[in-house]
Design a protein around this ligand. Structure first.
Ligand SMILES: Nc1ncnc2c1ncn2[C@@H]1O[C@H](COP(=O)(O)OP(=O)(O)OP(=O)(O)O)[C@@H](O)[C@H]1O
Ligand SMILES: [Mg+2]
Length: 504
């Protein structure tokens, strides 16, 4: 690591209509270091890296790259200079295949047959370097999991001569094993002198991978160039939020809820090629967690319960009534709600107001004699956004203008508002900062206390164990363990999810 900065950003200002997203930010990054960018949802992290990558133009401030004045006027210019960016919202072209996405914009993408097969070979080599040789280079990208799509984005970044790799919350779509893999790739890049800017809300990751830290708060730099090793986590939280936060889970009910009336009963549920023989009972007031690796089948289990996928065998019943297989209508009528993991494609109407996005699934509640009670509609939305600390405030703002973490809170608010009997939550705190997590846990617990049966999937084992009453561990489409969450710890869950299958 050298001390002369590769990149120096000074006094960066970026104004959006009504919001000063960046209000004089400084950042310097050295070759070979991992520089972590921290800050609460809406602090300005993504905006800053979009200024860096030529996606946004700054209103004020200077950028020096390798000793030269350089504000990149377009993303292509930034890439030319060796700045590769993996955005928070993946920007792949879903209907093109893996190779085409990796070489998008390169000449090879428009080449003839022989060059195309060469491109495929190069794509294969890049994926192998990332530890993902198994991703088929001819597969259409839209068919890949979010985790694998991110790998493809990384391959694209590495297809150029990269001197600075910018990663905006890459771990939000990854499980522990994939994060470890990503860190391995990052370390080999920094060893070659590549600089990395890393954004994450998971502070333990910063400890593992980061060299120095810059903290943003409300569009300003509150600390820059802190050495990770010398900065305690409590200090980081204080810098980000301006207060100290106890990272707490709400207390569990004193009497276990698994004795009462079962609300959700799942028997021998299978989805061909994905998961088999899932048995699951969730009682009123109970929170059940599904732990496991990405790709173990957890999200697919939720989607099947919701009727979005058609089970190949087995039954799902809510309050004793059997649901029709593969019918969302039947599930929704029975009171099943699903807050999906991918907020952009499955969840949000980006150009609609925040309150509309929250109330859209509960319209019946706001209808009075055939008219919509808009006052009431907004009031409920306001209550929820206040308790989830959605920023900036104001429920008439278009969802598109919110930061990633705040969009996630809007998706969640929608499902918290709906009267569900069964609420299925897939990665409910993905991309949400430390300040707002406790509030989300609290809201989920209070829903359970009102008698809702909750199933939650999370890649953060600590979250599953802290929030749920009971935990099921899923490995390769099978439930391999079930117990009270207090009867198992993080290490044991990791052992269970990692365990190699003994060949029969
Ligand atoms: N295109 C836009 N139009 C209007 N406002 C925007 C736009 N993009 C971002 N903002 C606002 O700028 C501020 C900073 O947003 P940014 O996305 O940079 O936050 P972030 O630190 O990346 O947060 P998160 O952790 O939630 O991803 C927020 O108040 C956001 O609402
Ligand atoms: Mg962001």
């Amino acid at each position: 690591m050298t001390d002369t900065p590769l990149l120096q950003m000074t006094g960066i200002v970026k104004q959006f209509p009504g919001v000063r997203a960046l209000d004089g930010v400084d950042l310097d990054v050295r070759a070979g270091e991992v520089h972590c960018l921290l800050g609460q949802n809406g602090a300005g992290k993504s905006t800053l890296i979009k200024v860096l990558s030529g996606f946004h133009q700054p209103d004020e401030g200077t950028i020096t790259w390798d000793g030269q004045d350089a504000a990149f006027s377009t993303p292509a210019k930034a890439i030319e200079h060796g700045v590769a960016t993996i955005y928070q919202e993946l920007d792949l072209v879903p209907h093109l295949d893996v190779t085409e996405n990796v070489f998008l914009g390169h000449e090879v993408s428009r080449a003839g047959f022989s060059q195309r097969s060469r491109a495929r070979e190069m794509a294969r080599a890049l994926l192998a370097r990332l530890g993902h040789a198994e991703i088929p280079v001819t597969r259409v990208v839209g068919d890949l999991s979010p985790a694998n799509q991110q790998i493809v984005s990384m391959a694209r970044a590495l297809s150029h001569d990269t001197r600075l790799l910018v990663l905006d919350e890459p771990s939000a779509v990854l499980d522990q094993q994939e994060v470890a893999n990503l860190f391995r790739v990052i370390r080999s890049l920094t060893a070659e002198g590549v600089a990395v800017v890393y954004i994450s809300h998971r502070l333990e990751e910063i400890r593992q991978i980061g060299d120095r830290i810059t903290v943003l708060k409300d569009g300003r730099t509150v600390a820059t160039g802190l050495a990770v090793a010398d900065t305690p986590t409590a200090e980081l939280i204080r810098l980000m939020t301006g207060r100290s936060i106890e990272y707490v889970f709400p207390p569990r009910p004193e009497t276990p809820r698994d004795q009462g009336e079962p609300v959700l009963e799942v028997r021998d549920l299978s989805l061909a090629g994905v998961f088999t023989g899932v048995d699951l009972t969730v009682h009123a007031g109970e929170i059940v967690g599904l732990a496991g690796l990405v790709g173990a089948g957890r999200s697919e289990i939720l989607e099947t319960l919701y009727g979005a996928r058609r089970a190949s065998t087995g039954t799902v019943a809510v309050d004793g009534k059997r649901l029709r297989r593969g019918s969302v209508t039947s599930s929704v009528q029975a009171g099943v709600g699903l807050a999906p993991e991918e907020r952009k494609s499955q969840g949000l109407l980006l150009d609609e107001a925040v309150y509309r996005n929250i109330t859209m699934s509960s319209m019946a509640r706001f209808a009075r004699f055939g008219f919509l009670d808009r006052g009431q509609e907004r009031k409920r939305a306001e209550e929820l956004t206040t308790s989830l600390d959605v920023r900036p405030t104001g429920v008439t703002r278009a969802v598109r203008t919110l930061s990633g973490g705040n969009q996630q809170k809007v998706v969640l608010a929608r499902w918290l508002l709906r009267d569900c009997r069964v609420l299925l939550l897939d990665e409910p705190t993905r991309g949400v900062d430390v300040g707002a997590r406790s509030e989300i846990y609290q809201l989920v617990r209070s829903l359970a206390d009102r008698g809702v049966a909750v199933v939650v999937v999370s890649s953060e084992i600590e979250e599953v164990l802290g929030l749920a009453d009971r935990v099921l561990v899923v490995r390769e489409g099978e439930v391999v363990h079930e117990s009270a969450s207090t009867d198992i710890d993080e290490a044991k869950v990791l052992d269970l999810v990692m365990e190699e299958r003994v060949p029969a």
